[in-house]
Design a binder for this molecule. Sequence first.
Ligand code: ZN
Length: 487
Amino acid sequence: MLQIYNTLTRQKEYFRPIHEGHAGMYVCGPTVYGDAHLGHARPAITFDLLYRYLLHLGYKVRYVRNITDVGHLEHDADEGEDKIAKKARLEQLEPMEVVQYYTNRYHRDMEALNVLPPSIEPHASGHIIEQIAFVQKILDKGYAYVSDGSVYMDVEKYAKDYPYGKLSGRNLEDIVTDTRELDGQSEKKHSYDFALWKKAAPEHIMHWPSPWSEGFPGWHMECSTMGTKYLGEEFDIHGGGMDLMFPHHEAEIAQSCAALGHESVHYWMHNNMITIAGKKMGKSYNNFITLEQFFKGEHELLSKPFAPMTIRFFILMAHYRSTVDFSSEALEAAEKGYARLQEAYNRLQKLQAGAETSVEVSGLREKCAEAMDDDLNSPIVLQHLFDSARAINTVYDGKGSISAADLDELRKVWKDYAVDILGLRLEEQGAGDENRKAFDGAVDLLLDIRLDAKRNKDWGTSDRIRNALTELGFKIKDTKEGYEWSL
Ligand code: ZN
């Protein structure tokens, strides 16, 4: 049975959905004002893994991942320019052009990483009416106040009735010391109050009418509103990166409790961060590498381009709650590991069944399930797959055998766990793709000609083919049967 770590209770809990057979999950998506970087790949892949596993377990899953296209200000604490509006101003574009442009590019990057699209992908700007209604509910319950056209959460009042800070493990005093004291001009009662609705300054280009002012919703508002709109007042899982725990998710809890009188989320899940040479990733550190730069190898910290599946494999090699430190060397090691997995998968498809099984393959499915059930332990699943790769290689090299029934089951486990659950595109190396077939056929033909040349002692032709292919990046291995090649 699936157990997941609940950030709220700080322990692993059995997943018991609200509606039997159904699972509702909400994950904070990107703010679309720039290209997705490695830091975006981790939550996307982590919750894709969860989504895929819930589907594998037979749940009907409604997966909501939002697009933040309004209200996320430059400084998370209700200050600075809207990130989208700023980009639009600098590039002289309509804000929605910025949103569409980066949303398309985000989708393209997610497709490359084999991240499945969510069931619903709502935009904050498409849910202004619902957000206004949600703010009104909080005002009606007395946990918010209007100040000069803006609406703020009254955190002090809220904290008297509900524990504020319980998700991130902070108490109000910590928050007071952590929050920068505002100058006397502030319209907030306390520095830790957060905006539910902001009155737009005259130069602000994204604004909507509301009962309080022409303005826009506070950043935290969209997730409370869209989560409950599409998944119900109470739903199963809310996910996101650890960096969102405070203030974003803490504020979401407060908004739900204030408006509805109870919490909305049963299981809070957070993935850990990716660091680069031990440092947080950020535009100011010059270690901010977009996914496109990874795929093309266009960054000074990268030794070469890295395929999307190498990035996916690299992220899955660590448990989602542990930190991952990126370096070009670490990615090169992941690339080699992935190539070994790919080779084992290709060989598995070619294996011939024997009369009996002499290699160790029993219990693989159970072991993989046990690892996934243990809070999505993908590195252990990979370890089990690598163990079985050894058995595959033994049979492939003629040093062992596998029965028809065991071979069939082994192929099914690899399909279920490596391809469907871990989401590794191992199958695309196989037949089915016409281009790939033609390409493979042409390389085989060249190597057949080389084999003939060798038999005829025509070393000139043989070397010429080998050298030319090697130059193009092919690896050619001479074997008893003839040859093996890979790119
Ligand atoms: Zn969110």
